[in-house]
Design a protein around this ligand. Sequence first.
Ligand SMILES: NC(=O)c1ccc[n+]([C@@H]2O[C@H](COP(=O)([O-])OP(=O)(O)OC[C@H]3O[C@@H](n4cnc5c(N)ncnc54)[C@H](OP(=O)(O)O)[C@@H]3O)[C@@H](O)[C@H]2O)c1
Length: 344
Amino acid sequence: MKISVAILGATGYTGAELIRLIDAHPHFEIAHLGAHSQASKLAGEVLPGVGGHIAAMTLQPADALLPDEVELVFTALPHGAAAASVFTALEAGKKVVDLSADFRHKTHDVYRAAYGADHPHPELFNEAVYGLTEHVRDQVACARLVANPGCYPTSVLLPLIPLLKAGVIDTTSSIIIDSKSGTSGAGRSAKTDLLYCEINESVKAYGLPRHRHAWEMEEWALGFAGCETKVRFVPHILPMNRGMLSTLHLSGSNTASWFDLLQQAYAGEPFVKILPQGTLPSTAGISGSNRCDIGIALLSESEAVIVSCIDNLLKGAAGQAIQNANLMFGFDETTGLARHALWP
Ligand SMILES: NC(=O)c1ccc[n+]([C@@H]2O[C@H](COP(=O)([O-])OP(=O)(O)OC[C@H]3O[C@@H](n4cnc5c(N)ncnc54)[C@H](OP(=O)(O)O)[C@@H]3O)[C@@H](O)[C@H]2O)c1
């Protein structure tokens, strides 16, 4: 018997990635696909990448009742819209992995500061488990609601947490984080600044003075490592479909030990790869996989640069969501997930 799954927001980029992963998963099967403006069409009409019997499924309206047999719901909806669907699914007795930002923060004040709106269900903040899987496995396994981390925070927190925990990072001044993302990171809805002519042959920074993921990075650097940390985070958008690269400019002490600290922290981890010293990752090396590749370059005894790469739609979204869902249902967390990239 397979676990029946609903995907709300199935017509978006992360929703489409969830369809691809779940359709090939040995223990999950898709029973319900939810949409918004595209509801009532067939999935195959809206999603060029989808084939087989899934293409013939009708997209259900966002407020449609979830089938009784559904046990697990993925909400791949815009922040703000996700909260109500998460609440309804939990009330109906389902487990939920929310890919939006709606349950990633623990206080209403931080949510309001980052997202500029009141939250309709702050009573669920405490229950939600922030699912950076490698650091919170036991809690994810018992969770009813997992708040899947943001893509930029995943790429930044994975290298940062072990070093913060070891006390080797100087946190008296802001950590400079320079990140680049492919355009799928901005979702599928039409926006003028994402038109081909605006993106192609161009790189641009956005989200300044403070991108909303800066709050998430600081909250969870504190949550996982117990360190008050400030980040100066500047994201950029690049003319590529998928992939994310974050460069962390770090100062601290005893940088010669940092490679070993990272290696020890992630020894045996299926989806975190610490590259040999002096080797830096590329988005081509992780595209299509659920891996985070991390490389370190030592500049001096007190300064180093760390580069971290993920596929924003996989380890940054749908892949990590499946990793968490596997744990929630007692399956091996690697089930249905690729360690290897689509390369070349
Ligand atoms: N893209 C990434 O790399 C990435 C990474 C990590 C997390 N996330 C988060 O994951 C969520 C989904 O991202 P995405 O990139 O997949 O977005 P997207 O491509 O823009 O897709 C959004 C989906 O939500 C539906 N939708 C739009 N407005 C809605 C509303 N008011 N009520 C209900 N459904 C609505 C859309 O349906 P219709 O098409 O039918 O209108 C579509 O299925 C977002 O919260 C995003 O921040 C994205």
